[in-house]
Design a protein around this ligand. Structure first.
Ligand code: SF4
Ligand code: SF4
Length: 159
C-alpha cells in the first residue's frame, strides 16, 4: 500500500494541537508562523519535535481511517500511538470548536470495535477566541469518569 501523504491537509500546523514551535506557542486560533498556503514553509528545517516525529492516525492507519477521515475533510485529528494513564486510547482533537457528529460516530464505532477507549475534546470559545478545552471520554464508565476529573498539564500551566 502506498504511504499516505499529508497534502493538501495542513491542519496540525493551524494550532489545533497546542505546541511550541521555535519558541512560538501555537494553539487554536494561532497557527504556526511557518505555515504557508502550500504547507510548511521550512519543511526541511522543521523542528524534529513535534513536527517531524508527529504522525497523525490518518497517516498511520489507512485500514481503519478511510480516505475521507483525512483531518481537513473530517474535522478531527486522530492520534492512535499514545497512551493515557497507561492505557491504549484513541484521541481525537477537533479542527474547530467541536468534532462533527458523523465523524464522532465513526470514531466511536472504531473505539467499540477495537475495545480501545476514546478521548475527544471540544474547544471553548470566549469573546476573544478560544479560551479553554473540555475533554470527554467514551468507553467504560470508570474511564469516562477518570477523563472528566483528570487534570492535564495544560489545565494548570500556561504552555
Ligand atoms: S493532520 Fe495529519 S494529514 Fe493533516 S497535515 Fe497533520 S499529519 Fe498530515
Ligand atoms: S514548523 Fe512547519 S510543520 Fe511545524 S507546525 Fe510549523 S508549519 Fe507545521
Amino acid at each position: 500500500m502506498t504511504q499516505r501523504q499529508c497534502s493538501p491537509c495542513k491542519v496540525c500546523c493551524e494550532g489545533w494541537l497546542t505546541a511550541k514551535i521555535n519558541g512560538q506557542l501555537i494553539m487554536p486560533g494561532k497557527p504556526c508562523m511557518h505555515m504557508t498556503d502550500q504547507g510548511c514553509g521550512i519543511y526541511e528545517k522543521r523542528p524534529v519535535k513535534p513536527c517531524a516525529t508527529f504522525n497523525c492516525g490518518w497517516l498511520l492507519d489507512p485500514v481503519n481511517l478511510a480516505e475521507d477521515m483525512r483531518p481537513d475533510l473530517c474535522g478531527a485529528i486522530v492520534i492512535i500511538d499514545r497512551k493515557w494513564q497507561g492505557a491504549s486510547v484513541i484521541r481525537a482533537i477537533p479542527t474547530g470548536e467541536k468534532i462533527p457528529r458523523d465523524t464522532l460516530e465513526r470514531l466511536m464505532t472504531i473505539s467499540r470495535e477495537q475495545a480501545k477507549p476514546l478521548i475527544f475534546c471540544e474547544f471553548i470559545r470566549g469573546k476573544d477566541g478560544f479560551i479553554g478545552i473540555k475533554r470527554i471520554g467514551y468507553g467504560p464508565p470508570s474511564f469516562v469518569r477518570a477523563v472528566e476529573t483528570a487534570v492535564e498539564p495544560e489545565d494548570v500551566f500556561k504552555l
